[in-house]
Design a protein around this ligand. Sequence first.
Ligand code: C2O
Ligand code: CU
Length: 445
Amino acid sequence: MLPASTSLAASASVELNALVADIQLLPEGYGPTSIWGFDGTAPGPEIRLAQGSRLQRRLVNSLPEPTSIHWHGVRIDNAMDGVSGLTQNAVPSGETFEYDFVVRDAGTYWYHAHNKSFEQVARGLSGALIIEEPDEVDVDREEVLILDDWLLDPDTAQIVGDFAAPHAMSHGGRIGNYITTNSVYNLALDARQNERLRLRLINASNARIFPLRLDGLQGWTVALDGMPLVKPLPITDTIVLGPAQRIDLIVDVVASEGETAHVVHLGQGDAFSQVAFEVRAGGAVKRRGVPSPLPPNALSMVDLGKARAMSLTMEGGAMGGLRSATLGGDSKSIGEIVDAGRFWAFNGAADGMDGPAFAELSQGEHVRIAIANDTVFPHAMHLHGMHFYEIGNDGNLGALRDTTLIERGDTREIAFVADNPGKWLLHCHMLSHAASGMSTWIDVA
Ligand code: C2O
Ligand code: CU
């Protein structure tokens, strides 16, 4: 039974009101943009809690259609996971739903609508969820930077409405024409020389992969998808942030007073400033030493030797050569699949939501899944409810993640302990892909 929404105003929780609202998204001179946002803002309000505490929010749905909230990356009770149609019914307009769960892990997470996500997230329904470590991290300050893109009509300043456009679904997903940080174009912040910043980067876009470089900033990667690295990793190269991924950096401002440091977005050909840090007077004379690692979260270690091995082959899309797949239990031609609005298949099924991808996993079982990207597009595969280790080319356990970016033609193996019971979605976080064949789920019982 799915938990029902309530119309009672009985609990003490804070409201999170999903609203239609106007915000000034384009620069002054353009008109306001009508968005859907939590509390009428985009990004929604930052939710910040201490590790181990309870998150309590009453979703109030003031939108013209049903919605739900998913707490991306949180190892959560299944009933609170917010997946409409799998873990709860979508909350109808005018109704409410109580989210109430304990946040076990510190780190950088985010929350977003999970009903028709390809439309509702594109309209603005997302926000940062920050879970703080018990002890303060040794930095001067931190910045939460939500990277996003919007598909806007510059004449009207409105969001382009064809969310289910077949071209976006069958190609790289819905890509915006207006790139923002915290909904600001060319965000500029103040900084001081040798100031130490913790940057929490969140990719909230529908489908854009952000390749980033630091200029006038030097530092370390300290966490991926919320989970601390064992050792801070010096940043020497391009940082790639796929849809839904997060990265925590500790950086020092090495640019001098009067200069500007940047998080640079490496676009196709034209690099531009994603975030600028204008270096003001009053810096420190010296840089600090190497930071300590963030304290680890308590996750089960996988024993690859006893892990059950499974595979998931991703096929389809434009130029993908998919000829047939199952839909509603029957084998269908590619033409019939496309007529049904599907362009992709997982293990030969274009309707992976009809049943779990694999035979039931028993709670505590160790598993490894080889995910093969047999398409000509990259995909950002996300598992709900449990973080997984990426398995490196050396066959060893790599970083813990909840979303893994798999380039065309590549296979990525992931491994995890199935220690969280329930039905957990496994899907591409290019949200147009998720809506057109790239969604399935696993069942941990
Ligand atoms: Cu970020 Cu299925 O979600
Ligand atoms: Cu995809």
